[in-house]
Write a protein that binds this ligand. Structure first.
Ligand SMILES: Nc1ncnc2c1ncn2[C@@H]1O[C@H](COP(=O)(O)OP(=O)(O)O)[C@@H](O)[C@H]1O
Ligand SMILES: [Mg+2]
Length: 113
């Protein structure tokens, strides 16, 4: 199951995404949950129960993991070429309900977004 939560700022997306992730991970039939925070101001870690210090240390996914490929007709597309498990090991964090978190779209510094 894949769920994407999007919408206007301040309407509860992060609260709902984090709560859903935790409920699914610790239900009677627990699921393996991977949460992906794609907000430029990411704070899903706090709803997942990840300590602030650990959350600060999370490194956002680098663009180099994406590969631009050219099709036969000359059009290009971007694919995620890396092995997901090794990416998770390197960039993932884990919360108290065993929800794994990856962060993308993090702004490195002012003016870089
Ligand atoms: N159902 C709700 N009732 C009241 N306040 C809420 C509810 N859901 C979220 N909030 C609060 O609203 C604010 C914005 O929620 P957040 O999940 O960060 O929104 P978003 O990710 O859409 O910007 C937070 O302070 C959050 O605690
Ligand atoms: Mg949010």
């Amino acid at each position: 199951m894949r769920l994407a939560i999007a919408g206007k700022g301040g309407t509860g997306k992060t609260t709902i995404a984090g709560t859903l992730a935790r409920v699914l991970a610790r239900s009677a039939a627990p699921r393996q949950v991977l949460a992906i925070d794609a907000d430029t101001n990411p704070n899903l870690a706090s709803v997942l129960g990840i300590a602030p210090q650990q959350a600060q240390a999370i490194v956002g996914l680098p663009r180099s993991l994406m590969e631009r490929r050219t099709r036969e007709d000359g059009t290009t597309h971007v694919v995620f070429g890396a092995d997901p498990e090794s990416v998770l090991r390197e960039y993932g964090a884990i919360g108290p309900d065993a929800v794994r978190l990856m962060v993308m779209g993090k702004v490195g510094h002012g003016g870089a977004g």
